[in-house]
Design a protein around this ligand. Structure first.
Ligand code: NAD
Length: 491
């Protein structure tokens, strides 16, 4: 216990009081990282910054642990617990990493510059700046795909950013409090208490599961007259939910939802979202208007405008509508001198655009940059030897320099960059009622269980994936508080 406490104190103090850093050095190359999500953060965590000046530009000055966002939306976790300021990570690198809170607006891949802007609330104006880079790591992620369906952008709650989770929490509690206002018709109360979740991908499934838990664990105790009337409907255009999971896990999810009284409507498409209803195209193509109090939109993602603009500069090779095409070393295809690497949800690869893929790509790039720094050093040495050789007149000295040159060339030849290889560690989704589904390749199969084992399993899996000890402590503490005292119902 004593050594555990000592280790805890040592780690927390080291995290809190990082040592001095080397300053930016004009003789070193500059890496600009756009983004602070899974790919960018994983890169920053493992990158050796000794040989580079690093600048991170992102509209959010933090990393958001997205798998636990639905838990924030329902008040199981508090928002701060799943945010990690990017500066915490940056401050622990050997050489200073500049973190700029701003939105990148355009990239000039020929002149190797990036332009970004900051909408300063204090100054009340927008500031534009352009900076040069030697290497750009393009990791800007994606944005919510609305397919241009009327009402989605203005009336639905998304589940992508922290502000979305907070908006959903306010909206859901507003529905409940408004339903409790005396003297309303039964049909109005039923409308307010009907939640429609659109999208049967992992996000929609996890949000539905969390809403159900909130209903069972808390609403039943504190709003007994209303809780029984809350209805959750999950709408999915495809024939089944979770197409990326096996049939066994899909069946398990559907039967769990049935037992939880979550209505699953497959082969059903949302055509419009109105103020008080959602318009559905049913499997028989008929149109139905279904009254509801809140719509959560989890219909998938699409590329950002800056990504489309960047791709448009290479129209003959960047033609994939799903995102940037990269080669097997994650270099953006078509860009001269391999100066742009693209990772995460802004790319189109043969893998699903998941957090796991992005973080493996980030870690891979960190190794690539170490290799590039080694190669640059050796090439510098080679140049020095060549210059020396040109100045030397004595034959035996020349022969020695040629020998040395051969040695350096041999070392450069050995520095082969292996292509990126994704190693799938499995997928996990929480489906509510303390149940989770998992496809785990290392166990050669699918796991679909509930109860204490799963509860501990998915929680420990998520805890171990959190990037910092501080976040692990905060999340574990929130789970404990929620288990003991329930969720906070205040608005
Ligand atoms: P998704 O793209 O996986 O699912 C969106 C779903 O919405 C699709 O099945 C689509 O058919 C449906 N849809 C779209 N428009 C519709 C409409 N008008 N009416 C009805 N249905 C409609 O999106 P996601 O769930 O946000 O996931 C995005 C990515 O993140 C995926 O790669 C996913 O694997 C990953 N992810 C993984 C986890 C996890 O592993 N636990 C959690 C969240 C996200």
């Amino acid at each position: 216990l004593l050594s555990g406490t000592a280790a805890f104190i040592y780690v927390t103090q080291r995290e809190r009081n990082p040592g001095p850093q080397l300053p930016h050095d004009p003789s070193k190359k500059t890496i600009v990282i756009l983004g602070s999500g899974w790919g960018a953060t994983s890169l920053l965590k493992t990158l050796d910054t000794t040989e580079y000046n690093v600048v991170v530009i992102s509209p959010k000055n933090y990393f958001l642990f997205t798998p636990l966002l639905p838990s924030v939306a329902l008040g199981t976790l508090s928002p701060r617990s799943i945010l990690q300021p990017t500066r915490y990570l940056a401050r622990h690198k050997s050489r200073e990493v500049r973190v700029i809170e701003a939105e990148a607006k355009s990239v000039d891949p020929i002149n190797k510059t990036v332009t970004f802007e900051d909408d300063s609330e204090i100054k009340g104006q927008t500031a534009h700046t352009t900076i040069p880079y030697d290497y750009l790591v393009y990791a800007v992620g994606a944005e919510v795909q609305t397919f241009g369906i009327p009402g989605v952008q203005e009336k639905a709650c998304f589940m992508k950013e922290m502000a979305d989770a907070e908006k959903m929490q306010r909206r859901f509690k507003d529905c409940i409090e408004t339903a409790g206002f005396p003297g309303q018709s039964d049909s109005e109360i039923d409308r307010l208490l009907h939640v429609v979740v659109v999208g049967g991908g992992p996000t929609g499934i996890e949000v539905s599961g969390e809403i159900h838990d909130f209903l069972e664990d808390d609403l039943k105790s504190w709003y007994p007259e209303l809780a029984g009337r809350v209805r959750i409907s999950l709408v999915e255009a495809l024939p089944s939910v979770l197409p990326m999971f096996s049939k066994q896990l899909i069946d398990y999810t559907e039967s769990t939802f049935k037992a939880s009284k979550i209505q699953v409507l497959t082969k059903t498409m949302v055509k419009e979202i109105k103020d008080d209803a959602v318009v559905l195209q049913m499997p028989d193509k008929s149109i139905q208007e279904v009254p509801c109090g809140m719509v959560v939109w989890a219909g998938g993602n699409k590329g950002r405008k800056i990504t489309q603009d960047l791709m448009a500069q290479f129209p003959s090779v960047q033609t994939n509508r799903r995102g940037i095409t990269v080669d097997d070393h994650l270099r953006m295809v078509g860009v001269p001198s391999s100066s742009i690497f693209a990772i995460g949800d802004c790319t189109s690869t043969s893998y699903a655009p998941t957090a796991q893929v992005a973080s493996q790509q980030g870690a891979y790039l960190a190794r690539v940059f170490t290799q590039i720094a080694k190669r640059d050093k050796l090439e510098g040495k080679l140049k020095e030897l060549e210059d020396k050789k040109a100045m030397t007149l004595k034959e035996e000295e020349k022969t020695a320099l040629v020998g040395e040159e051969e040695g350096v060339k041999g070392q450069i030849a050995k520095l082969k960059l292996r292509p990126f290889h994704y190693s799938h560690q499995g997928s996990l989704a929480y489906i509510g009622s303390d149940k989770a589904i998992a496809d785990l390749p290392f166990l050669n199969g699918n796991i679909a269980t509930g109860g204490v084992t799963t509860y501990l399993f998915w929680r420990s899996a998520y805890l171990s994936t959190l990037f910092s000890l501080r976040n692990r402590v905060l999340v574990a503490n929130d789970w404990l508080i929620t288990k003991i005292f329930g969720r906070d119902l205040s608005r």
